[in-house]
Structure formats: C-alpha cells, structure tokens
Ligand binder design. Structure first.
Ligand code: SAM
Length: 301
C-alpha cells in the first residue's frame, strides 16, 4: 500500500469491507449502485489499461472507499475523484489526506452529473466502476459537451457495455453507440462476473477501454441529429429527420418555403444517405456528413 494512503481495509475481501464500514457506522447504499470491485486482477487490469505516466491527471468516478484510487496513486497519477456518498467522501478525505497534502488527490463531493463541469481540471484520463443509473448518461453527456479523454477505462453492466460498443446493423446499436464511436475506439477489456464484486450485483458487468481517435471532432449539430434519427427506430431516416426539422425549425432554419419533408430528403441525399435507410444502419461518419449538410443548409438561407 502506498505511503500516501492511511489504514485502508483489505480491498480484496467483502467481509473486511463490511466490517470496516460497520466499525464506522456506515452501510452500503443500493440506490447509488455500491458494489466494490474485490477482484484484485480486475482492478490492476483496469488501472493498467489507462497507461498513465507519473503526474498524469485522472478523473475517478465513484471511488467508493478508495480501492482504485490507491492503485492510481501508486502509479503516480494525480486523482480528481467524484463521489456522491457523504460518508465515503469523508472516509476518502481521511484515507488520502497525505496525497491531498501533496496535491495528488482532490475530492468533489456530490452527483458527478452535476459537478464535473464546474470541477474540470482538464485531466486526460478517466476511470470508473460506474453505477448502472449514471453510466450511459455520464458518458453521453461528456461526449456531447465535447469533453474528450485520451483514454477512459470503465466498468458498466454488460448490457450497457454492449450498447456502447455496438456496431451498425445490430439490435444493440443505438444513439449512445454512435456518440461513443464518433470519438473513441472501444475495446472490451474483460467480463466481470457478479462474484468479482461485493455485494454481488444481479447481473454481470464488462470493462471497456475507450481510446480517443485523432482528428475526429464532435460538433454542435451531431448529437441532436443522432438523437433525432434514433427517436423512432422503426421509422426511416427521412421520417425521423422530417419530424426533427418540423419541431426545431427556429433552431435549425433552412431556406424559407421548403417543406420539412423535401428538406429532409435533400439533406440525406447530400450526405450520401438513402432516405429510406434506418438509423441503425448508419455509422458515425454518415451522421457527421448529415451534420455538415445541415450546417451548410443553415448558412444558405
Ligand atoms: N470504485 C469503487 C470500486 O470499484 O470498488 C466503488 C464502485 S461502486 C460500483 C460505484 C460508486 O459510485 C459508489 O461509491 C457510489 O457511491 C458512487 N456513485 C453513485 N452514483 C454517483 C453519482 N451520481 N456521482 C458520483 N458518485 C456516484
């Protein structure tokens, strides 16, 4: 254990964690998806996947009682941790007071969905064993807001991982798949059986590594268009786009007098997308082309 950490529990043992929390009058809260990763090999693989070097900044989401935090600090990272549980937050401040004094650990207490933007120190890496309730929302909102990381190593429910990493054409392919693919190459790292956690969750999890691709940029129109084209999966791209253009005419105006249906078909054809195509068959490049076409169209009027 690093000298920067004070008296932590044995992070590999559910019993030790339970006793450690009981001693402090603390419990495990289901509503915050608190399942501790007690599998040491999995923790090492996750931390190593980031390939951090001394002094690199890491956003850690949901540090819990610090198992991953201490690993990251051992690797020389500067950790900015986001934790919602006030009891865990107090514990983390105590456990990592030495690292905090050296400027290597800082804690942001509260809901990360509401706190990350105001507390963004520009760290290039992100690590998190993410609770089910926030995983897709957090990753989606970071991407939509243009907050990209060099690498992100995350653990999520298996089913959420399948949607994030899905390729066009499959049933799992959805708006979050396109958003993720528009910025990152995604590699599955491992499947984590329920027994890797304490307490064990009802479903298996999967760890994913996101690596940012060079040169890809997300623009203002990309995410709204992705959401619009997936709004009704059974509808064609033209139908979904027509609806989007009708309801958001003031935000995304085109030349006056053109019906939304004609505009939708023209924009799709300009982007190389057949109007009868469905969003589930379009890759992120097609959405990029459509965002470009809509942008050009806005300037034409
Ligand atoms: N990192 C620890 C580990 O791997 O053993 C704990 C992971 S546990 C699955 C999820 C953690 O996220 C818990 O500590 C929980 O309190 C925290 N959490 C849940 N919702 C959160 C939110 N909206 N913002 C910040 N932290 C949250």
């Amino acid at each position: 254990m690093t000298a920067l950490t004070r008296n932590p529990p044995d992070y590999n043992s559910g019993n030790a964690i339970r006793a450690f929390l009981q001693d402090r009058g603390m419990g495990i809260r289901k509503k915050w998806g608190q399942h501790f990763l007690v599998n040491p090999r999995a923790r090492s693989l996750l931390a190593e996947a980031l390939e951090i070097r001394n002094g690199d900044g890491v956003f850690e989401i949901g540090p819990g009682i610090g198992a991953m935090t201490s690993l990251l600090l051992e690797k020389g990272a500067r950790v900015r941790a986001f934790e919602i549980d006030p009891g865990f937050s107090a514990l983390l401040r105590e456990l990592f007071s030495g690292a905090a004094a050296e400027g290597l650990f800082s804690l942001v207490q509260g809901d990360v969905l509401k706190t990350w933007e105001q507390n963004d120190d520009g760290s290039p890496y992100l690590l998190g064993n993410l609770p089910y309730t926030i995983a897709a929302v957090l990753v989606g909102s970071l991407i939509e807001k243009g907050r990209f990381f060099r690498r992100m190593a995350i653990t999520v429910q298996k089913e959420v991982a399948s949607r994030m990493a899905a390729k066009p054409g499959g049933g799992d392919y959805s708006s979050i798949s396109v958003l993720c693919a528009s910025v990152y190459d995604i590699k599955p790292l491992m499947i984590l059986k329920a027994a890797s956690f304490y307490p064990p969750p009802k479903v298996d999890s999967a760890a994913l590594l996101f690596t940012r691709r060079d040169g890809e940029q997300n623009r203002a129109l990309f995410a709204p268009l992705v959401r619009a084209l997936f709004a009704s999966r059974r509808k064609t791209a033209a139908n979904n786009l027509e609806h989007f253009l009708s309801v958001s005419a003031t935000m995304y105006p085109g030349a006056s007098g053109i019906r939304p249906r004609d505009r939708a078909e023209r924009l799709l054809l300009e982007s190389g997308i057949a109007p009868k195509e469905r969003a589930e068959n379009l890759d992120y490049r097609a959405f990029n082309a459509l965002a470009d076409a809509l942008e050009r169209d806005g300037k034409r009027q």
